[in-house]
Design a protein around this ligand. Structure first.
Ligand code: ADP
Ligand code: MG
Length: 620
């Protein structure tokens, strides 16, 4: 029988490989721009026609290609980046498989002009369908200028599957920004159909993030810096208030390469637990540096998932590191008054309910003068401050919320409006804090002035937060004061509720409830928390069990937190009604001494600020 196995012609092999590397204009942009970065370019320009379907041009000022290399570059597995299998483990460049250019040249027309640094003449090459049609010396700028046109002209089926220009362009932007965010020191331009879409000058990382995401993000960025033996993490997370319902501002980079990592994403989300509602996604820009031996880079050319050797350890490092920074900068605009020494605090007298536990107030606490507390990686989700250990991640000394408003140098923004200028002037005038004013709306919401606007606070939720932190401390550390009941009340529970009560009876005890079983599913209440009106004990307890049940599916909240939360909810349930100025001030002060004054423990908004820019926006 005749032999039937043959080697595929190169052009066919390249087309098959192209199926992996080149799926759409965005993949071409990615490969070309990464090559420019690898070539040490400091300026990279991307010029597209019709979302790249008609043409994609990338111009760089990198080291260029010699005439020989210019030709070699289009051969399969031709790469200058690895010479031996051994080198695979030491890759620091973005590309290394030598597949991109031949793949692209098999499904498009490619024109390349390149001049090596220091050479007088450059090389021009024209390739179509994997065949070099022309090569000659040319006068051109130093660096490389490559034009890829008519993508998939010879693979109509694939061309047909390209999406609308708007979609393809969006994909290009995604790839472009990932590279731009990894290389802030390189200047990038993206021009689409003769319109400049991005012009990103070389800058510091923070400036780059702001230039890419828009000026508004500047005040939302919280610096993250963790140095451990295993991994170094740098970058920014955004304030909880900046979290969004949709994905789009989640960036992990490892050794200067964008990656997706669901598990690490969960670590970040976990760090925000209690700070954002369950359906919100925090924004982050985090850069990992790790020994390449500890990650698997030899993966599919277009895949962005990367495997790490010790993922659980990195999870803990991220969780702890991000949580620490969030704890430090519970960012809200400063209130309009000085919290220090000004308050003679007493419990708000008689709000709507008559079982108001007393709010404890620490007069020396200044929420704006945060002392950093290093944390261990195994710390619980509501407890950012436990004692230092040797493994603790070093905190940045002296970081306060103010540091997070560090101004980013302005790039020339011709469109800056009169309003924005006005806001800037206002902000520069370092407003001297005046006495804060309080106003109550509908017996439930408190409005108060801030340095640059005002803040609205939900009175009941504020109270719930205060109680939650207090009760949590009680169940975790000390015994709260009990008051004995003169006439023990009995509480009859359903069998289901009775089981729950039994489960948490110890925690209830630390909160001040003394319960004794007196029937198959009933308790007698012998003591209640000292700050609880005894006559309401049974009702509070019943509500507490209800709330506790409600959080049963929430794995993010630990048992003790659930008890504290349920108790806080039960006890703050009626905290609506008229408050006088003193009471409002006391409540707001105490709220601002809480670890988190923006969200309740189950993620509901407590307070939000309206700044001058919002106000000016309304009156525009
Ligand atoms: P890889 O990047 O995996 O090595 P490519 O097919 O993308 O493979 O590129 C092949 C080779 O061509 C690279 O190794 C590099 O030497 C050279 N090259 C590609 N683009 C450029 C460029 N813009 N400037 C200088 N050299 C380049
Ligand atoms: Mg490459």
């Amino acid at each position: 029988m005749a032999n039937i196995i043959q080697l595929l012609p190169d052009a066919v092999a390249n087309q098959i490989a192209a199926g992996e590397v080149v799926q759409r204009p965005a993949s071409v942009v990615k490969e070309l721009v990464e090559n420019s970065v690898d070539a040490g370019a400091t300026t990279i320009q991307v010029i597209l026609k019709n979302a790249g379907k008609t043409s994609i041009q990338v111009i760089d000022n990198g080291k260029g290609l010699s005439p020989m290399d210019a030709r070699m570059a289009f051969e399969r597995h031709a790469t200058s980046k690895i010479a031996a299998a051994q080198d695979l483990f030491n890759i620091r460049t973005l590309g290394f498989r030598g597949e991109a250019l031949p793949s692209i040249a098999s499904v498009a027309e490619v024109e390349l002009r390149s001049r090596e640094t220091g050479e007088e003449l450059g090389t021009y090459i024209y390739i179509s369908e994997s065949t070099v049609k022309k090569q000659e010396p040319v006068n051109c700028a130093e660096g490389t200028n490559i034009i890829v046109s008519n993508l998939f002209f010879n693979v109509p089926a694939r061309r047909k599957f390209l999406k609308a220009d708007s979609t393809e362009f969006k994909n290009v932007v995604t790839e472009f920004l990932r590279i731009a965010l990894t290389n802030p020191d390189v200047s990038f331009t993206l021009i689409h159909n003769d319109k400049t879409v991005y012009q990103l000058p070389a800058s510091q990382l923070r400036q780059r993030v702001v230039n890419v995401m828009g000026k508004a993000i500047n005040s939302k960025l919280i610096n993250v810096e963790c140095d451990t033996e295993l991994i170094k993490v740098r970058g920014y997370v955004c304030t909880p208030q900046h979290a969004k319902k949709t994905y789009g501002e989640q960036y992990f980079f490892v050794n200067n390469r964008f990656m997706k990592h669901n598990f690490f994403h969960k670590a970040i989300v976990e760090a925000y637990s209690g700070l954002i509602a369950g359906d919100m996604i925090p924004s982050y820009f985090l850069y990992f540096t790790i020994n390449p031996d500890l990650i698997d880079v030899n993966i599919h050319p277009t895949k962005t998932e990367i495997k790490f050797q010790d993922e659980p350890a990195i999870f803990q490092i991220l969780l702890a590191g991000v949580k620490e920074m969030l704890g430090k900068c519970n960012i809200m605009p400063p209130l309009d008054f000085d919290t220090e020494g000004s308050i003679q605090f007493e419990t708000p007298t008689k709000p709507a309910s008559n079982y108001i536990p007393r709010v404890q107030y620490n007069p020396s606490y200044n929420p704006f003068n945060y002392h950093s507390t290093p944390i261990t990686p195994t710390d619980s989700s509501f407890d950012p401050g436990v004692e230092t250990t040797e493994n603790a991640i070093p905190s940045t000394p002296g970081t306060s919320w103010r540091d997070f408003f560090v101004t980013v140098e302005e790039t020339p923004q011709p469109q800056q409006t009169v309003i924005e200028e006005f806001i800037e002037q206002e902000q520069q005038q370092d407003a001297t804090p005046a006495e804060a004013n309080f106003m109550q709306v509908k017996n439930r919401y408190i409005l108060t002035s801030t340095v640059d606007g005002f803040m609205a606070i939900d009175q009941r939720r504020a109270y719930e937060r205060i109680l939650f932190e207090q009760y949590l401390e009680a169940v975790e550390t000390t015994q709260t004061a009990k008051q004995k009941c003169l006439f023990p009340e009995t509480i009859d529970l359903t069998p289901e509720d009775f089981t729950i009560a039994e489960e948490i009876v110890m925690d209830l005890d630390t909160l001040g409830f003394e319960l004794t079983q007196i029937g198959p599913s009933s308790f007698a209440i012998y003591a209640t928390p000292a700050d609880l009106n005894t006559s309401d004990a049974a009702e509070v307890l019943q509500n507490l069990i209800e709330y506790y049940k409600e959080t049963s599916g929430d794995i993010k909240v630990k048992d003790k937190e659930r008890v504290a939360l349920a108790m806080a909810k039960a006890a703050s349930g009626e905290y609506v009604g008229p408050l006088n100025d003193e009471e409002m001030r006391a409540l707001v002060d105490t709220l601002f001494a809480c670890r988190n004054y923006s969200y309740t423990a189950d993620g509901k908004v407590i307070s939000f600020a309206i700044g001058l820019s919002d106000i000016l926006g309304w009156f525009r």
